[in-house]
Design a protein around this ligand. Structure first.
Ligand code: ZN
Length: 186
């Protein structure tokens, strides 16, 4: 069962109770004196907490929707780069808390192909502890939020993916590697 659905239904119940409290309906409905809830401070706090919860849930839903839209609108790479066959240079860098390997080379091992035809190929991300290739996972956070992470299948460590470059991390790494390789080979 979806825990979020349960939380949302509990919240709706609380909101209904809060509105009832605010309007003083519950006093009329219930013959029992509400006692503590008659206190304006207590009542104000209850309403404030409930409002905060509502805003929290709405925000989390908005973030989830944004992430979903973002993944749907992510550019589809038609010309997926192939691993270069003739490798001129390689480098390992750390970015977004994980390891990446950059290969600099050309497609075919021909004598004519030189640095001019070379391109950057990004491999990764890899676990910073044991160099295992990481898997992408969405893990729940604070009940309603979801966090996009990379998880290591070997040691189980998890690494948060950056929110600003989510799904686009490798192109950021590629830009950085391109600068490094160009400095080395120009
Ligand atoms: Zn690991």
């Amino acid at each position: 069962m979806d825990i979020r659905a349960v939380i949302v239904s509990i919240l709706i119940g609380l909101i209904t109770a809060a509105i009832g409290e605010l309007l003083g309906i519950s006093e009329r409905i219930s013959p029992v004196d509400t006692g503590i809830l008659n206190n304006i401070l207590v009542r104000g706090t209850v309403v404030f907490v409930i409002l905060a919860l509502v805003i929290y849930v709405l925000l989390s839903l908005m973030i989830k929707r944004r992430d979903k839209l973002r993944s749907e609108n992510a550019p589809v790479v038609f010309t997926a780069k192939q691993r270069p066959q003739k490798i001129i240079d390689k480098i390992k860098i750390k970015k977004f808390g994980v390891k990446w390997e950059g290969l600099y080379g050309t497609r075919r091992d021909l004598p004519t192909s030189g640095v001019d035809d070379a391109y950057v190929y990004v491999d990764g991300p890899y676990c910073p502890k044991d160099d295992t290739k990481l898997k992408s996972r969405t893990v729940p956070k604070w009940f309603v939020f979801e966090e996009n992470t990379w998880v290591c299948p070997h040691c189980g460590s998890s690494h948060s993916r950056p929110t600003t470059h989510y799904l686009d991390e490798d192109s950021v790494v590629e830009d950085e590697l391109e600068r490094i390789f160009q400095q080395r080979h120009d």
